[in-house]
Design a protein around this ligand. Structure first.
Ligand code: SDX
Length: 426
């Protein structure tokens, strides 16, 4: 039965159109409400659909995450990041030939030319890698602007390939810069995740030697981060892209948004928190602080705007964390026991239970990345690398059909109109 909604504005009954979803919530179409002289009000967009999309579906109550209809658990187990990137971009899983062609085109575009690489000379070694990555992604717009035509499907796919191909190289360059080492070129013989690890931890002039376990675990982390419907950074990409700007600039805007500790920066903040707590005996003190409204401290890696029972990615991440810790002989990492105790204690506390605050993907991804030897400042860069196909898919979905510039309104609470006062009368 189609949902019906009427609203009464000063006695005038208005039938509000309801648009039906294929999964999840329907939406109230309020686009014409402006003609009734009233706006909707939803800071933070808790109850607002900013667009329609066919890419990813999340059911926050049931802990369901589907990329183009495929459950995240199956993709994490059976697929690869490049196959998931193809799926997100094209809407269907590739045939063997399609996947090989896609992988080859990514491989052919991973190299960053030497002139562009000079961008990194401008950074200090102490610069945060996310600042370098953000600047480098925006800088790519300088290479791909002359043929800019966002309405051309060929240009859209070319931009997608360039971004997915170059983000591992840019990410690795940021890391190498931060440790004062030369850049290492991508090796076309390696898989996507192997290449990233090789470009980070390899030695110039030596053949690559990358752990299959680590590269598989990293590829799974990329898959888990690949997309997440209209999160803050993806919404930023859509907002920026709605002005018809260069897609590389729109993605740079999304990268900046991801950096915040409330969003993609949480994985780095989780490690900072665990290191600060440092031992199980201090957990209660921090739980108390997390509940104290006067204290800005929050349990990083806990809570989610959409997931209200569990984050299915955190479940996959947790099992992957144990496998990596086992392989790295770090199963007795004290930070892991602090994390496990923190999770258990938080789950028992009314404050967290009634607010449905559970560990999200960032809680365990940080521990896994640390066990893999990834430096903490690189954690959000890894998130950026994983999320790249999702961002560019949403940009492509938006520009592939008629769209309007995103231009929200406001509830104005400022001064009423008043006359200018001469300075000597103030
Ligand atoms: C990601 O949107 C996505 O899809 C994001 C993401 C993706 O893949 O793109 O999933 C990735 O960003 C995961 C989230 C990573 N962030 C963190 O782990 C940071 C810690 N979490 C919080 O900052 C918070 O939970 C958010 C930002 C994730 C969600 O914030 P909301 O939905 O705006 O919820 P809220 O801040 O209004 O919190 C509701 C209540 C409040 O208490 P009351 O005012 O009702 O008494 O819960 C409390 C909050 O104070 N609360 C927390 C808490 N998170 C919420 N209290 C302590 N610790 C926390 N972590």
């Amino acid at each position: 039965m189609a949902q019906k909604v009427k609203i009464d504005i000063d006695g005038k009954l208005i039938d509000m159109p309801v648009l039906e979803a294929s999964e999840g919530f329907n939406v109230l179409d309020v686009r014409d409400l402006i003609n009734e002289g009233i706006f909707t009000y939803d800071p933070g967009f808790l109850s607002t659909a900013s667009c329609d999309s066919k890419v990813t579906f999340i059911d926050g109550d049931k802990g369901i995450l589907l990329y183009r209809g495929y459950p995240i658990e199956q993709l994490a187990e059976k697929s690869s990041h490049l196959e998931v990137s193809y799926l997100l971009l094209h809407g269907e899983l590739p045939t063997k030939t399609q996947l090989e062609t896609f992988e080859n085109s990514i491989n052919q575009h991973m190299q960053i030319d030497k002139q562009f690489a000079k961008l990194f000379d401008g950074f200090n070694e102490s610069s945060h890698p996310m600042a370098m990555v953000c600047a480098a992604i925006a800088g790519l717009a300088s290479l791909y602007h002359d043929d800019l035509d966002i309405s051309d499907p060929e240009y859209q796919m070319k931009a997608a390939i360039q971004l997915i191909a170059k983000i591992p190289t840019i990410a690795a360059m940021a890391y190498r810069k931060s440790i004062g080492k030369d850049f290492i070129d991508p090796d076309p013989e390696l898989t996507y995740a192997e290449n990233f690890l090789h470009m980070c931890f390899g030695e110039s002039g030596e053949t690559a030697s990358v752990s299959k376990t680590l590269s598989r675990a990293l590829d799974k982390i990329f898959i888990l981060h690949a997309d997440h419907e209209q999160n803050a950074s993806t919404s930023t990409v859509r907002m920026a892209g709605s002005t018809e700007c260069n897609p590389f600039a729109a993605i740079a805007a999304g990268t900046a948004a991801l950096w915040g500790p409330s969003h993609g920066g949480a994985n780095e903040a989780v490690l900072g928190m665990l290191i600060e707590i440092s031992e199980i005996s201090r957990i209660d003190e921090y739980i108390k602080r997390a509940k104290d409204k006067e204290d800005p401290f929050k349990l990083m890696g806990f809570g989610h705007r959409v997931y209200k029972n569990f984050d299915p990615r955190a479940t996959v991440m947790q099992s992957s964390a144990h496998a990596v810790l086992e392989e790295q002989g770090a199963s007795n990492d004290p930070l892991l026991s602090v994390a496990q105790s923190l999770e258990r204690i938080a789950r028992e506390q009314e404050y967290f239970v009634e607010r449905k605050l559970y560990p999200n993907i960032d809680f365990y991804s940080g521990i896994t990345l640390k066990a893999m030897g990834i430096p903490v400042p690189m954690f959000t860069v890894i998130f950026t690398l994983g999320r790249m196909p999702g961002w560019i898919t949403h940009w492509k979905e938006m520009v592939s059909s008629p769209f309007k510039i995103a231009r929200p309104r406001q509830l104005y609470l400022g001064e009423n109109s008043r006359n200018y006062i001469d300075i000597n009368k103030r």
